[in-house]
Design a protein around this ligand. Structure first.
Ligand code: C2E
Ligand code: MG
Ligand code: MG
Ligand code: MG
Length: 283
């Protein structure tokens, strides 16, 4: 009887494996079509100056509106796009769209675009970015490119060369999600990065533990010596904001100021004070 039950469980297991594999295949198939079917959107989250509390720019965050599944999170489909090699085409769409959108905002409002480490493996990336900037007539210093420290893990020489060529265009380069991975201080290379983004998991609550405060202080001191702009990500409460501002962060980003919103909504936030921006974003 136990054996029979075991077989039943195994069949169930097999079935669920099969469903999972089918699901994945279908998602993969749908993802390949998503660009042609115009199912991707960019949402924009404001970056706030810690001193003046003005909106300095926006981070572009991709959204996929699937006709059946509804909203699919980038945490799910970006890794899939990387696996199936679609990330290059998708990344190009993101960069060109964000650059065109930013050109409609007044100077010096900037836009930040996330790059996958896979994209940095493509030597043609700087030429594509340069072409997108000139077509949209956007000054290079209004574009920021965000990469995570995973660029140091695979083919780092090739990737670092691509980053150097991007920076040579006059584009700013940000090290994203700092505090989550290896977070070696050796990654704070001033010849590559102009900006450091401290990860939200480090910012929220964590900033109450004294050892975490010391670590953030050390990172901020070093980044300041290198002339880098420091952004605190994932700022959700007034307390988070106050702590990170006291620790010397220059910019703030998080639900406290506003969630990612469509382009038209973001445009309404330009030129507003953050308290007003928050009211508009949550209205
Ligand atoms: P990320 O670049 O670190 O982006 C920040 C993420 O934190 C976003 O999630 C944002 O919505 C979320 N966030 C912002 N403020 C808060 C807050 O106060 N609290 C909390 N809990 N979360 C907050 P999202 O949009 O789901 O994106 C997740 C990740 O997907 C991004 O992390 C980025 O790594 C990746 N991603 C998004 N768009 C793109 C893209 O266009 N290209 C690539 N390659 N990756 C992208
Ligand atoms: Mg980012
Ligand atoms: Mg981040
Ligand atoms: Mg992140």
């Amino acid at each position: 009887e136990a054996k029979a039950a075991g077989r039943g469980t195994y069949r169930q297991f097999e079935r669920s494996m099969q469903t999972e594999a089918e699901n994945r295949l279908r998602l993969e198939h749908d993802l390949r079509l998503a660009l042609q079917l115009n199912q991707f959107r960019l949402f924009y989250q404001p970056l706030i100056d810690a001193q003046t509390q003005e909106v300095k720019g926006f981070e572009a965050l991709i959204r996929w509106q699937h006709p059946v599944r509804g909203f699919v999170s980038p945490a799910e489909f970006v890794p899939l796009a990387e696996e199936i090699g679609l990330i290059h085409e998708m990344g190009e769409w993101v960069a060109r769209t964000a650059i065109r959108d930013c050109a409609q905002w007044p100077s010096p409002i900037s836009v930040a675009v996330n790059l996958s480490p896979i994209q940095l493996g493509s030597p043609g990336l700087p030429a594509m970015i340069s072409d997108a900037l000139s077509r949209a007539k956007l000054a290079a210093n209004r574009l920021e490119l965000e990469v995570t420290e995973s660029v140091f893990l695979q083919d780092s020489e090739g990737s670092l060369d691509v980053l150097r060529r991007l920076r040579a265009l006059g584009v700013r380069i940000a090290l994203d999600d700092f505090g989550t991975g290896y977070s070696s201080l050796g990654y704070l290379n001033r010849t590559i990065f102009n900006k450091l983004k401290i990860d939200g998991s480090f910012v929220r609550g964590a900033a109450t533990r004294s050892e975490t405060v010391s670590i953030i202080q050390a990172i901020v001191t070093l980044a300041n010596c290198f002339g880098m702009t420091i952004t605190a990500e994932g700022v959700e409460t007034q307390d988070d904001w106050r702590r990170m501002a006291d620790l010397g962060c220059h910019q703030m980003q998080g639900y406290l100021f506003g969630r990612p919103v469509p382009f038209e909504r973001a445009t309404e936030l330009v030129g507003t004070h953050w308290s007003e921006a928050r009211r508009l974003a949550s209205a």
